[in-house]
Design a protein around this ligand. Sequence first.
Ligand SMILES: [Zn+2]
Length: 71
Amino acid sequence: MTTSPASPLTVNCPHCQKAVVWNSDSTWRPFCSKRCHLIDLGAWANEDHRIAGEPAMDNIDIDALMAGIER
Ligand SMILES: [Zn+2]
């Protein structure tokens, strides 16, 4: 019996609309590439989606954090 693979599922990259095959090889799906993924993330960050009440990194005791990791 011959098992011919079904036509692969493809999606369009949300950033550049390029067709992306949806499988484990496409690390950045639904984006076509890491570049498009990062661009989209950057656009998101630039829209100032800050979480209210989220502590700034300055307030975290890095030394205590590292000591805990190295234990
Ligand atoms: Zn793309």
